[in-house]
Design a protein around this ligand. Structure first.
Ligand SMILES: NC(=O)C[C@H](N)C(=O)O
Length: 145
């Protein structure tokens, strides 16, 4: 099964307001009129100023069924860090529904979560004068900018 490119972003401003955005070409061979999870709040995209922001990618029907973005927010609300919540929810979704996804997450404290059960997911974030990025599992490169 092939997926078309998805681009997601999460951000926090100097007043602590959070935003999430997700854009996608959907899936190859998709039915006419299919709505992607990317456009469904709580599935592919979600932001709550009191908790954090999430953007997801992967198998849309599975992400929508699991309400992945909202599940990650709920998990953070119950005390998990952005990274714990992201990785735990993706693991649970993949185990329960046997399909893969990835997500980028930002908490209202500014900590970042990156997780994916797909083979690869390219990601990048800036913190101060550092650019953090990777694509394979356990890859985390840092460059000064
Ligand atoms: N690559 C993707 O993220 C695809 C998107 N989640 C969809 O199923 O529409």
């Amino acid at each position: 099964m092939k997926f078309n490119s998805t681009v997601g972003a999460v951000a926090i401003d100097s007043d602590g307001r959070l935003a999430a955005a997700t854009s996608t070409g959907g899936r190859e061979g998709k039915m006419q009129g299919r709505s992607s999870d990317s456009s469904i709040l709580g599935s592919g995209t979600y932001a709550d100023d009191n908790v954090g922001a999430v953007s997801t990618t992967g198998h849309g029907e599975t992400i929508a069924k699991f309400c992945l973005a909202h599940a990650i927010i709920k998990s953070m609300e119950s005390g998990k860090t952005a990274n714990e919540a992201t990785n735990e929810c993706i693991k649970q979704m993949t185990k329960r529904l046997e399909n893969t996804a990835g997500a980028i997450t930002l908490s209202n404290r500014g900590d970042v979560g990156i997780g994916f059960s797909t083979n690869r997911m390219s990601w990048c974030y800036q913190k101060g004068d550092e650019l953090h990025f990777g694509i394979d599992h356990n890859e985390h490169q840092i460059e000064k900018i």
